[in-house]
Design a protein. Structure first.
Ligand code: 7TS
Length: 409
């Protein structure tokens, strides 16, 4: 069993936040899809940066600056290897998934899309993989199309295939749905997009905490994710893009760091990846993201995958014991994320009652209002597990739900 045992105990020791009590109960943290918790190794990396070598990067000749630059670029290489990118300069540090999608929409889309071109997304996307494309459509006259999702929360592949055509310029798809946990067959979907002559972007925000990701195997043109959802800090994330697209795109923001020379008449842009990293970046965040990658590697992606499967099965079975509980999203391929409704009780009421028992879940539409509309609901309760959650966490969730059901009647 991967959800019990000494390896699990050691992992849990690395997450000091899990040791605390809320309202007199030991904390059970099941809101990992919103943000994951952080291992002490990450905090140590941040402490080390600010205590020993805090300085600005890339332009300093002095010792501290060179050390910071080295660590920051080391982190870029760690991310490169973690997601199987061909080059380190294909890793662009950004604020997070949201910024990465906006960057592609503006720096690629605005330059290359024209009136009548189609952008294809799916019905299970997070708002941050919908709204930037709507903005782009308005700016360029391109048309946004949406591939349907079935009642299990899976993208309808035949319909997706049929919607791809000559006019499709770009598809953008979630790797893993934040609201339902569905895992999309992204490799196949990217392949189909390429067959139609379109580029493919993957929103990987929910993938990295659950799955090994290989961007070259998937053959994604763009792949976006957030550090804070994979044990890293907030305020740092990654846009991976194939070198040829980064070369072809115009910069997203202008300023320092992204130039090679500036005169009032003409500015020459810096090479990759600096072209897309204007201004002083989140240096501590980048270095800490490198530490998070080290931590995930040390924990082992094989362990993480196996743990996720076991958690999905164990918690999934136990949830069936709660009378009146209905799971929303039953995709065949799924990560350990459970969206559910408890009888006809409002998710917010259930969430508050769970919180009072020390169990942190998310309630609401999870930034997926169109998807909720599809299921004719306003929102759900969502319990999302990570590799540091154990069987006891699932048991506590069930007990708290049973108590909430009894109170709500
Ligand atoms: N895409 C997906 C699939 C997400 O789950 C999220 C955040 C984002 C994009 C945006 O990421 P950000 O780091 O730029 O904000 N999802 C959630 C969630 O499910 N609950 O809170 C945030």
């Amino acid at each position: 069993m991967h959800i019990e045992g000494s390896h699990m105990d050691r992992i849990r020791q690395d997450f000091p936040i899990l040791k605390q009590k809320v309202y007199g109960h030991e904390l059970v943290y099941l809101d990992n899809a919103a943000t994951s918790q952080k291992p002490r190794q990450l905090m140590a990396a941040i402490d080390d940066f600010y205590s020993r070598y805090n300085s600005n990067i890339h332009r300093g000749v002095h010792y501290l600056s060179r050390q910071a630059t080295e660590k920051y670029e080391e982190a870029r290489a760690k991310v490169q290897h973690f997601i199987g990118a061909e080059h380190a300069h294909e890793i662009n540090f950004v604020r997070g998934t949201t910024e990465a999608v906006n960057l592609v929409a503006q720096a690629y889309g605005r330059k290359f899309l024209k009136r009548g071109d189609e952008i294809l997304i799916t019905a299970l996307e997070h708002h941050s993989n919908i709204v930037p494309w709507q903005m782009l459509a308005e700016q360029t006259g391109a048309v946004l199309k949406v591939a349907p999702v079935n009642s299990r929360g899976e993208v309808e592949l035949p319909a997706y295939r049929d919607m791809l055509g000559e006019k499709t310029a770009l598809v953008s798809l979630a790797h893993v749905s934040n609201a339902l946990g569905s895992i999309n067959p992204v490799k196949e979907m990217v392949h189909l997009a390429h067959d139609a002559g379109a580029l493919a972007m993957i929103d990987g925000a929910q993938a990295l905490l659950h799955l090994p990701v290989d961007v070259q195997d998937i053959d994604a043109d763009f792949y976006a994710f957030s550090g804070h959802k994979m044990c890293g800090p907030t305020g740092i994330g990654v846009l991976y893009a194939k070198e040829k697209w980064l070369e072809a795109m115009d910069p997203y923001m202008g300023g320092g760091e992204m130039i090679s020379s500036v005169t009032f008449e003409k500015t020459r842009y810096a090479g990759l990846p600096y072209k897309f990293e204007a201004g002083t970046p989140n240096i501590a965040g980048g270095i800490a993201l490198g530490a998070a990658v080290d931590y995930l590697n040390k924990t082992g992606m094989d362990f993480i995958v196996q743990h996720d499967r076991e958690m999905l099965e164990y918690a999934g079975n136990r949830l069936k014991e709660v009378p009146g509980l209905r799971i929303i999203g039953q995709s065949k391929e799924k990560s350990a994320v459970f969206s559910f409704l408890l009888a006809d009780h409002h998710p917010f009421d259930v969430g508050v009652l769970l919180d009072q028992q020390g169990v942190a879940i998310r309630t609401g539409h999870h930034c997926c209002q169109p998807l909720m509309e599809l299921f004719c609901i306003e929102g759900t309760c969502r319990a999302s597990f990570a590799f540091y959650n154990n069987r006891e966490d699932a048991d506590r969730l069930i007990a708290a739900l049973q108590r909430a059901a009894a109170i709500l009647g």
